[in-house]
Design a protein around this ligand. Structure first.
Ligand code: HEM
Length: 458
């Protein structure tokens, strides 16, 4: 006997959750408090289920995950990403996941970390050049969101292709950013898609992607013929073979996975670091504790791989920042066949919207959920929480493949940034999370950056 589920009602019965379209991040946090952890919202002729209930999450992402594919919002991404891990489904996805996974095995992480530190050090030196020695109030304001994007894009390009900031790389970065803006626009405003074929936007996108593809295919061809290939992600993808069939990836599959890793692998970490710097600017006590750890572990030297496990508070700060501002703030799925969850019938055209943001602020698991308290991630406190209360990287077989990569990259950058610079938010700006593909600050965040006043020698 099917059970009933709370249904959101509003002035417009076909679209009671108009606020969802405007801002799904805030909407789901607020409505979950009012409607509970599993409720339905009619959406034109479809049903959207808003989910923070752990049993339902586990059903969709783990127990019955084979019955769920990514929601339609992901389809636009295929125009740029092709069929890489983020956008593929079924047997093809499973095979590709097996092929890509070894590149992220724990044993590879140290090499990846060493290559990250090369570009991170260069980036930090450049930032020191921009920051200068002037007093903090006289330092030029920088958009921290843009800075973090530049830093993480360079890290992912170095670890993927062993390339550093050449003109080609800058152009690749530009193409990816423009493509992302364009595809976000198509995802968020699908009714404008026909217009993009008339106003030249689509043509420009196609031209950019054609250039981009030829560039990547050239890199792949060169790498196939390289007798001494560098130990980067591309080499690992190239040498990976299916355990069952012995087959390696085709050039097209390699292209799709490499572009996917580039796209999935930098904006998320950049967004998270941006929110971390913002939260730290509001919590001087946390900065003090963080710096005392960074200074005692690193002194004035660059971090080494073995330092990461000692930078425990640095990790807690990052985890807490991703709790409040999870870069991937939601996961969307659609059932292939009709399903029933907790007695509720789920039709095939339903959208299952798992709000990671709302789960991370659920007062049942988080005391004073709006507060920024990194100590929540101490081992003792972590033990007391159910696993699914915190899932910035998703859950189940489609969980983020780059989670360890991202965590060590963020630890590295945060330790360098806080170890070397003072940050101060420029007064009078609007700071607002904008939930598009990731949860970026809508207007960026302007901060004055200065070499640390108490460490002039650096
Ligand atoms: C703070 C950083 C990051 C966050 C918060 C994050 C979050 C996520 C989440 C929530 C998913 C699951 C999406 C879903 O189930 O629909 C995901 C998937 C994925 N992420 Fe990440 N990610 C981060 C960094 C990275 C990095 C650094 C890489 C690669 C270098 C990466 C590559 C991927 C890929 C390829 C997938 C798809 C996996 C699959 O479906 O098999 N991510 N990520």
């Amino acid at each position: 006997m099917p059970t009933t589920i709370p249904v959101l009602k509003g002035k417009n019965p076909l679209l009671p959750g108009a606020g969802f379209l405007r801002n799904p991040f805030e909407f789901t946090i607020k409505q979950t408090q009012l409607m509970g952890d599993f409720f339905m919202m009619p959406f034109l002729l479809r049903k959207i289920f808003i989910i923070t209930n752990h049993e339902v999450v586990a059903h969709i992402l783990q127990k019955n995950q084979k019955n769920y594919v990514k929601s339609p919002a992901y389809r636009q991404l295929r125009l740029a990403l092709g069929t890489g891990l983020v956008t593929s489904e079924g047997e093809y996805w499973r095979r590709q996941r097996r092929l890509v996974q070894p590149a992220f095995y724990k044993t590879q992480l140290e090499d990846l970390f060493n290559s990250m530190t090369v570009v991170a050090e260069k980036y930090i030196n450049e930032l020191a050049g921009k920051a200068g020695d002037a007093a903090l109030e006289a330092s030029p304001p920088l958009d921290i969101a843009k800075e973090m994007m530049a830093a993480t894009a360079r890290i992912v390009l170095k670890t993927l292709f062993s390339t550093e900031d050449t003109a080609d790389i800058n152009e690749m970065y530009r193409v990816m950013m423009d493509a992302q803006d364009y595809l976000t626009y198509r995802t968020v405003k699908p009714y404008f898609i026909p217009l993009t074929y008339i106003n030249g936007k689509h043509r420009k996108f196609k031209r950019d992607i054609t250039w981009f593809n030829s560039y990547i295919y050239k890199l792949i061809a060169e790498r196939r013929n390289d007798p001494n290939p560098p130990n980067d992600l591309l080499t690992m993808l190239l040498s990976s073979k299916d355990e069952e069939t012995g087959e390696a990836m085709s050039d097209k599959a390699l292209r799709d996975e490499a572009v996917t890793l580039f796209a999935a692998g930098h904006e998320t970490s950049a967004t998270s670091l941006t929110w971390t710097l913002w939260l730290l600017s509001q919590h001087p006590g946390v900065v003090q504790k963080l710096r005392s750890e960074i200074d005692s572990v690193l002194g004035d030297r660059m971090p080494k791989f073995e330092d990461l496990r000692k930078l425990t508070y640095t990790m807690q700060v990052i985890q807490e920042s991703m709790r409040l501002y999870p870069p991937g703030f939601a996961i969307g799925r659609q059932p292939i066949a009709e399903d029933e969850i907790l007695g509720v019938k789920i039709p095939t055209n339903a959208i299952m919207f798992i709000s990671i943001a709302a789960m991370h602020r659920d007062p049942r698991y988080w005391e004073r959920p709006a507060d920024f308290t990194p100590e929540r991630f101490s081992p003792e406190q972590e033990k007391e929480r159910p696993k699914l209360a915190y899932m910035p990287f998703g859950a189940g077989p489609r969980m983020c493949i780059g989670n360890h990569f991202a965590l060590m990259e963020m630890q590295l950058l945060l330790a360098l940034l806080l170890g070397r610079f003072d940050f101060e938010v420029v007064e009078g700006q609007r700071i607002e999370p904008e939930p598009l593909i990731t949860l970026k600050p809508k207007y960026g965040i302007m901060m004055r950056v200065r070499k640390r006043a108490d460490k002039e020698s650096l």
